[in-house]
Write a protein that binds this ligand. Structure first.
Ligand SMILES: *Cc1c(COP(=O)(O)O)cnc(C)c1O
Length: 396
């Protein structure tokens, strides 16, 4: 037998973390890394956060799981906090981002079909989007590499160019149920939606009675410097998928919706065994205690500006390597002039710095939201040492 016990779907690197220490990771072989990947925008509070650990430990000892057959005081509390903090009137809890997007897709379809408009099932989505790895969410993405081997795709998705409002408008037809879009594309390379684009999609939805569905699985929960990125656009969605940062490392996602958008999500329409169990809700509570706070979010914005400003200044020294820096809050991308994966590996292996590559030749910089200026200093030191010692030809 040659297949590994762990199904070999991930090209895992040779860092094997066994312990977290605030904004650092320690590997099996004792190496220490500055973690500016945060489990792909998940560990918003860093590692070993006392509030999060305490909440999970206490809840684990009290009540972990009961299923959704019973009343949920724990779920009601967290749902109410999300409702109070956002556009939403109602929340469905999931265990992951893809499930949150699945629920969002179902909610958008049900909005129309509940009213008898059974022909309106199609969501218009955007090139280079990433919505997850379930069959529906790969079908929602235009990326062929995620489709290969898994045909046929689920019908009901149509792809157009990101930030092209005219193309989005032209794509509307008798089957259209709404738009599904990341306000800031994460896997796609920290590509930021233009304000006129999101505002335009909102206006098209209002005009044609369509659902504006935002995928904020990566951009949400403070990552972009506001609680959700849509707040920076002066619009509100009808439906929003959130996950990643919301559990701070505990697997949790949620689908948020207005009362109007959720009209089809009636008794029996949807469900999840684990979704929103007391343990997950305890984790979410600890995360919200820190992040759903205007002072904290203002700090994320300020730290993001300092970080991007310093990267901007620095990359001018290496015009052959780096093209530009972009992002919002601590959701930052450095666009390279070369394929970024070798450089990401070089930073990791030779300079103890963890980042994540993305589309469009981008290195994603996703620090814990709780970093301070000493971590920004350490990051800049490691980045500059890595750039100085980088030999693209040798690495390739
Ligand atoms: C990560 C991600 C997902 C999928 O989340 P999983 O928890 O991996 O299922 C969906 N949408 C976006 C924008 C993401 O970044």
């Amino acid at each position: 037998m040659s297949i590994t016990p762990l199904m070999p779907v991930y090209p895992r690197c040779d860092v094997r973390p066994v312990r977290g220490d605030h904004c650092h990771l320690i590997s099996e072989d004792g190496r220490r890394f500055l973690d500016f990947a945060s489990g792909i925008a998940v560990n918003a509070l860093g590692h070993s956060h006392a509030g999060l650990i305490g909440a999970i430990q206490q809840q684990a000892a009290t009540l972990m799981h009961v299923s959704n057959l019973y009343g949920s005081p724990q779920g009601e509390t967290i749902a109410m906090r999300l409702v109070d903090r956002t556009f939403a009137d109602t929340v469905f809890f999931t265990n992951s981002g893809a499930e949150a997007v699945e629920c969002a897709i179902k909610t958008a379809r049900a909005y129309h079909q509940h009213a008898g408009n059974t022909e309106r099932f199609e969501l218009i989505t955007f090139n280079n989007a990433f919505h997850g790895r379930t069959l529906a969410t790969i079908s929602a993405s235009s990326q062929d590499k995620m489709h290969k081997g898994f045909m046929p795709l689920l019908p009901g998705f149509r792809y157009v160019e990101f930030n092209d409002l005219e193309a989005a408008k032209q794509a509307i037809g008798p089957h259209t149920a709404g738009f599904l879009v990341e306000p800031i594309q994460g896997e796609g390379g920290i590509r930021i939606a233009d304000e006129s684009f999101l505002k335009g999609l909102r206006a098209l939805c209002d005009e044609h009675d369509l659902m504006l569905v935002l995928d904020e699985v990566q951009s949400g929960v403070g990552r972009s410097g506001t609680f959700y990125a849509y707040e920076q656009y002066g619009i509100a969605p009808d439906i929003l998928a959130t996950a990643k940062g919301i559990g701070g490392g505990f697997p949790l996602g949620a689908c948020l919706a207005t009362e109007k958008a959720a009209r089809g999500m009636v008794f029996g329409a949807h469900g999840s065994t684990y979704g929103g169990n007391p343990l997950a809700m305890a984790a979410a509570g600890a995360v919200l205690d820190v992040i759903a706070d205007d002072g904290f979010l203002a700090e994320v914005q300020a730290k993001g500006e300092r970080l991007r400003g310093r990267i901007e200044q620095f990359i001018g020294n290496y015009p052959e390597l780096f093209e530009l820096v972009r992002g919002r809050g601590l959701f930052v991308g450095i666009k390279m002039k070369v394929e970024p994966r070798d450089f990401v590996a070089h930073m990791r292996n030779n300079h103890g710095l963890l980042t994540v590559s993305a589309g469009d030749n981008v290195v994603r910089i996703l620090p814990p939201l709780v970093i301070d200026d000493s971590h920004i200093d350490e990051f800049m030191e490691k980045l500059s040492a890595a750039a100085a010692s980088y030999q693209p030809a040798e690495a390739a």
